[in-house]
Design a protein around this ligand. Sequence first.
Ligand code: BGC
Length: 244
Amino acid sequence: MQVLGIDVGGTGIKANIVDTDTGEMAGEKFKIKTPSPSTPDAIIECLKEVVSNYDWKGKKVGIGFPSVIKNGTSLTASNISPLFINYPINDAFSKALGCDVVVVNDADSAGIAEMTYGKGRGINGLVIFITLGTGIGSALFYNGQLLANTELGHLKYKKSVFEKYASNYAREYHHLSWKKWAKELDTYLNHLCLLLSPDLILIGGGVSKNFDLYKQYLDVPVKVDTASLYNDAGIIGAAMAARG
Ligand code: BGC
């Protein structure tokens, strides 16, 4: 089945048609910048552009979104407009786009793709998938089963939460060397291990491509690996989540 998968991030919106039976992209990737401010109206305008680019009106759309999503409502907004707090996102997007839209948390959608088609495939026990981008997203899988909306990037750390120190955005914003930033990441990953005793940690998001530049600074008591689908995981997983 073909579903239009859209990954809405803090800085960019990426989309493609996905064959949900194989996890393959079936079209040309389409990218636009996330509008600022990222209000629901502004995001909807971008999504309309995506839908018309693929001539997808009336069909199925899956969206990964940087918010806790419960029963079709977005509940949090750390890296997106606060107008998305308690916003009926499934209904509003479906109506505005004239499509059958399903929205899920962006880390959960990327994790679903990685567990199905990437390095998480067939792995039992506890897998923590984290995305290091504008924020830190997390998806927890136990024997392949997703525990949705975990928000482990928001564990308290120093004066704020871990995503303010160990996300890729934090590295860029504070002009940290890979070594300095990796120290924060190492503290974060060790904290996750202490709390959850995972069997595997998979790192996704753009920075997973640079793993060779910082893996030597990580000293974590469990295997840490990069996700294999890189930035496409969000698009593929969003489409898979919408298929159900
Ligand atoms: C949000 C999460 C999201 C993550 C990655 C965090 O700030 O709270 O819901 O998964 O960023 O986008």
